[in-house]
Design a protein around this ligand. Structure first.
Ligand SMILES: [Fe+2]
Ligand SMILES: [Fe+2]
Length: 281
């Protein structure tokens, strides 16, 4: 039987991964105008496993480089420093939890693929939405990438107890965050926000992770929260092949909250369906 947790106590016992030094350095470097792409390349290449993974992901079809990049610096010239930071963050987080791949009842690869897909969608919607500053698009990728990280941290912290939550969600057809709330008293949104805080990420990122499943007024009041909440839904519905059923609702939400015309929404969708199979993790 799973016992209920208190978030304050939980935050003292939970094992939150530390961000590798290379990602922490990149986090400060990308906001510094004096830092060049050569410096970014140099920092990443000091961490060999991350560096090779960054290069592999940057050369994957999703980023559509016309010629394969041979170095991180080359890749940064095409995709930009912030995207390189995001790819490095992605590579290091996935490496950190590798041992949970193949856990029965917990599809870790599915969660990572969903995270990257949500990040890609959030960035694309943010670039197109007139109510969101284009400069925050990469930050919204980070939000998408990290929005469900609380699930993996909960798995590591609670083990079997967390798998029970998943089982109950599957059996009852209820969303994971609702079952978490009921069985654990904390949700992956609380834990994800805690992770972002510990990593000193921007307040915006903490807020978006905290509210990606609601409450509704937070989604309606903050376009950045709305972008990730809508991207999460689009990603999930495409992944589970039930997008048709929800397309009108999601188009209406995008129009109301992101001021995205229906024709642009359709373009994003077409693009999303095309890139999903190209995502490498
Ligand atoms: Fe979630
Ligand atoms: Fe999600």
């Amino acid at each position: 039987m799973v016992s209920k947790l208190d978030l304050a106590q939980f935050s003292e016992t939970v094992s939150i991964p530390t961000l590798p030094e290379v990602v922490m350095k990149l986090n400060t470097m990308v906001d510094d105008d004096k830092v060049g792409l050569e410096d970014i390349g140099l920092v990443v290449s000091q961490d060999a496993p991350i560096s090779s993974k960054v290069l592999r992901i940057a050369n994957s079809a999703v980023y559509g480089l016309s010629e394969p990049a041979r170095s991180v610096e080359d890749a940064a010239k095409v995709v930009g420093a912030r995207t390189i930071r995001n790819i490095a963050m992605q590579a290091s987080i996935f490496n950190r939890y590798e041992q949970y791949e193949g856990t029965d009842g917990f599809n870790l690869r599915g969660i990572w693929k969903h995270a990257v897909f949500t990040g890609q969608l959030a960035q694309e919607l943010a670039k197109r939405s007139p109510v969101i500053e284009t400069s925050s698009a990469e930050e919204l990728y980070t939000c998408g990438l990290l929005h469900d990280i609380g699930k993996v941290v909960l798995l590591e912290t609670l083990g079997e107890d967390y798998l029970e939550v998943y089982e109950k969600s599957r059996e009852s057809g209820r969303a994971v965050h609702l079952v978490e709330e009921e069985m654990l008293g904390v949700t992956h949104t609380d834990v994800g926000a805690l992770v972002a805080k510990r990593w000193d990420l921007h307040e915006l990122i903490v807020k978006v992770i905290q509210h990606h499943h609601g409450p509704r007024y937070e989604i309606e009041a903050n376009p950045q929260v709305a972008v990730v909440a809508i991207s999460d839904q689009i990603a999930y519905r495409i992944e589970t092949s039930e997008f048709e059923m929800f397309s009108r609702k999601l188009a209406a939400l995008s129009s109301n909250l992101l001021k995205l015309p229906p024709s642009e929404f359709d373009e994003v969708l077409e693009w999303a369906v095309d890139i999903l199979p190209l995502i490498e993790i």
